[in-house]
Design a binder for this molecule. Structure first.
Ligand SMILES: NC(=O)c1ccc[n+]([C@@H]2O[C@H](COP(=O)([O-])OP(=O)(O)OC[C@H]3O[C@@H](n4cnc5c(N)ncnc54)[C@H](OP(=O)(O)O)[C@@H]3O)[C@@H](O)[C@H]2O)c1
Length: 301
């Protein structure tokens, strides 16, 4: 078992988002500088990663050991409709952060996504598969990866899967379905022809903390292992919430049209972590149950 990172000065972008909400807990043994586009909480500073001068000035002032770059345009449909927004936040924003790391000699952690792939593979993607994004979000995140690789030697690019987390602020699939079930809906529809790897944001940050402790720089997949459809996730939610009579109808993705194409397969395998003997991530069902029981039920019921 690797040691988690300790006693570092860590500058965090996008700290107000879903993954960012776990930073204080997971990196509590470090000196944290939290920033977000709009700083909602005390202790968080406003920083737009699209502003190169602001990013570099703050980095020079803080002199971080590590920059945890979580800021991103994550609304996949909005990215498709407003590609300039996607590219400016996910690509240029990442360039600004990478240049600031270059200037201050900080280590960069950039969180990326399975959307960099085409989705045509039958099984989980590994780090050795060739990217080929099918939507603007994936293109912009892949460009972010390429920029990080071209500008820095000391970096971790960590591709995550379908993010789970947020507790009271969870507006994603798990939060929505859990609310529908607890509100007494007797039936719901869930897509069964698209596949991903759920990733509990808390597990992801714990994994990143240990990975940073290794010094094994590079590109990694870090998900809660396994392949899931939204339908299978709904089944687990039904079981954990103990609503055995809930009817879940398996539907195709045509039932939920979206502006951005969604790839069929975006599940990832933590292959490099496996090869290094560092795959700390637990199976997605276990992580999902833990999240629902310990974080979601207490705030929903
Ligand atoms: N969510 C997923 O399913 C998923 C899956 C794989 C990888 N990832 C990656 O994981 C990372 C964290 O994602 P998340 O789920 O925590 O996303 P999130 O909840 O959308 O958080 C992203 C944060 O970035 C902020 N932001 C947006 N534009 C910014 C800008 N120009 N400057 C500074 N901050 C800005 C957002 O602020 P506003 O809310 O005010 O816009 C938000 O607080 C991202 O790199 C994302 O691409 C996410």
């Amino acid at each position: 078992m690797r040691e988690s990172v300790k006693n570092n000065r860590i500058l965090v972008t996008g700290a107000g988002g879903m993954v960012g909400s776990y930073v204080n807990d997971v990196f509590s043994d470090n000196q944290l500088y939290l920033t977000d586009l709009v700083a909602m909480d005390k202790g968080c500073t406003s920083l737009d990663v699209c502003n190169p001068v602001a990013v570099i000035d703050l980095a020079k002032k803080i002199q971080p050991d590590v920059v945890l770059h979580l800021a991103a345009a994550t609304d996949v449909d909005r990215c498709q409709l407003e590609p300039d927004w996607a590219h400016s936040v996910n690509s240029i924003g990442t360039q600004n952060v990478a240049l600031a790391c270059q200037e201050t000699n900080a280590l960069l952690v950039y969180v990326s996504t399975g959307n960099v792939f085409s989705g045509k593979k039958k099984t989980e993607y590994t780090e050795f598969d060739k990217p080929g994004p099918m939507n603007v979000y994936g293109e912009s995140k892949l460009m972010g990866e390429q920029i990080v690789k071209s500008l820095l030697n000391r970096y971790y690019i960590v591709r995550a899967g379908w993010m789970i987390g947020g507790g009271a602020k969870d507006k994603k699939f798990v939060g929505k379905i859990a609310s529908m079930i607890l509100d007494g809906n007797s039936s719901l529809k869930a897509v069964n022809d698209k596949y991903g790897s759920p990733t509990y944001a808390r597990d992801l940050l714990n994994g990143i903390s240990k990975l940073v402790g290794t010094g094994y720089y590079g590109l990694y997949h870090m998900v809660n292992p396994g392949i899931a459809s939204r339908y299978q996730i709904s089944e687990v939610l039904r079981d954990v919430l103990e609503y055995p009579d809930l009817a879940i109808e398996s539907v195709s993705s045509d039932h939920f049209p979206s502006a951005a194409p969604r790839i069929r397969m975006e599940a990832l395998r933590n292959y490099k972590l496996e090869l290094l003997g560092c795959n700390w991530m637990r199976p997605w069902e276990e992580a999902l149950k833990d999240y629902v029981v310990n974080e979601l039920i207490p705030v929903l019921s």
